[in-house]
Write a protein that binds this ligand. Structure first.
Ligand code: CTP
Ligand code: MG
Length: 382
């Protein structure tokens, strides 16, 4: 039987000091809670995730679960005044033999830590993730040091804290019967005389407490793989064709020759995007020989390229492109081109730059025989 995860997320984030529940604060564009849930969602040992949150946040958490497509969340329940009260509410919904209690505010937990904690709890009943204390610990009276503590046996205790469900329920019942509040779940189990075993946590598994923790976590969780791609294309200018650039029909005496609508700018951009993702080029995806692409709008093909990148987990960071021609002047059309491309790729227009340039009447573009375009694209993956 897989373990249930119980995620307390009902705090007020007072030390965070932004007047919000800190689990909604974003790291690399994704809420803290979503980072935490992603780890549990993708961890095979976990069957169900019970989220405990503030009464007023239940709807927002439900939306977050839908938005990120989490499938393992059967219950979102209302928490209480203290963390312990919140965990107590969540425990009522647990159906598994083992429960993994983990702070929503620790988004850098890993599946390996979760699995270690489950394995130990199955063996001995109760486990906590922890790391040896690094700093020297001293006692003080006011500001005057009164002694140095031997840190050899000292640990910083984290979550997950994982228990046989019967054991943690018994410990909670007893604590409430005696009016006891502790700072972690294990302390309640210790009080009923049961052993709790340490498993290896991680120094990265920090609890987001103040805004500077968000910066720290961003460095790890926001670290992106980035790639750059380059695209280049040329089409001949001929009579009797429309001139389409960036999806805009530009009034001009000639148009670009080609199998599709010959939108040379969009072609260069597609090749830059495909190149960055190492997914081939437009010739491979949309061959000239295929009649289905005859006269097709290149924006439609661009939408397809955007979809391919999304499928492979890439996000577009920016696109910079240049259209090289003597005539016509393209600058007045740039805002509409940018809007078309942004809409197609479902990205912010601020991530796209399009410029025009001439070659000072030199070469094929200078003589008006054709239009060329170059583009670079940067894409990223968390
Ligand atoms: N928590 C909870 N219910 C509470 C208090 C806390 O579910 N009544 C949750 C928090 O949302 C967090 C975890 O327990 O995921 C650890 O608590 P803490 O770091 O103290 O968070 P906050 O209580 O929100 O922060 P603060 O103490 O600064 O107000
Ligand atoms: Mg708190």
């Amino acid at each position: 039987m897989k373990a249930c995860a119980l995620i307390p997320a009902a705090g007020r984030g007072e030390r965070f000091g932004r007047g919000i529940n800190k689990v909604f604060a974003e790291i690399a564009g994704k809420p803290v809670l979503a980072h935490t849930l992603s780890v549990f969602e993708s961890c095979d040992a976990i069957g169900e995730i019970i989220i405990v949150t503030g009464k007023d946040d239940i709807e927002a958490v439900g939306k977050l679960v839908d938005r990120f497509g989490f499938k393992k969340v059967p219950h979102i329940v209302a928490g209480g005044r203290e963390r312990q009260d919140s965990v107590r509410s969540g425990l009522e919904k647990v159906t598994s033999d083992v429960v993994v209690i983990h702070d929503a505010a620790r988004p850098m937990v890993t599946c390996a830590i979760i699995e270690r904690s489950i394995e130990e709890a199955l063996k001995s009943g109760a486990s906590v993730a922890a790391v040896p204390v690094i700093d020297t610990i001293k006692k003080a009276n006011g500001k005057i040091i009164s002694g140095t503590v031997d840190r050899a046996n000292l640990y910083s205790i984290q979550t997950p804290q994982t228990f046989k469900t019967d054991l943690i329920r018994k410990a909670y019942e007893q604590a409430y019967a005696e009016g006891i509040y502790a700072t972690d779940d294990a302390a309640l189990v210790e009080r009923v005389g049961e052993k709790v075993t340490i498993v290896e946590g991680s120094y990265d598994n920090i609890k987001i407490t103040t805004p500077s923790d968000i910066e720290l976590a961003s460095m790890k969780l926001g670290a992106q793989e980035q790639r750059t791609g380059i695209g280049f294309d040329v089409h001949a200018l001929v009579e009797g064709r429309k001139l389409i650039l960036g999806g805009v029909e530009i009034p001009y005496e000639k148009g670009l020759a080609g199998h599709s609508d010959a939108d040379v700018l969009v072609h260069a951009i597609m090749d830059a995007l495909l190149g960055a993702a190492a997914l081939g080029d437009i010739g491979r995806h949309f061959p000239d020989s295929d009649p289905i692409y005859k006269g097709v709008s290149s924006l439609k093909l661009l939408g397809h390229v955007g979809g391919l990148l999304t499928q492979h987990g890439w996000k577009i960071i920016n696109i910079d492109a240049v259209v090289i021609c003597e005539q016509p002047k393209i600058s007045v059309h740039v805002p509409v081109m940018v809007g078309n491309i942004a809409k197609c790729l479902n990205i912010d227009p601020g991530r796209i730059s399009i410029k025009g340039t001439t070659t000072e009447k030199l070469g094929y573009t200078g003589r008006g025989e054709g239009i060329a375009s170059q583009a670079v694209a940067v894409i990223g993956k968390p």
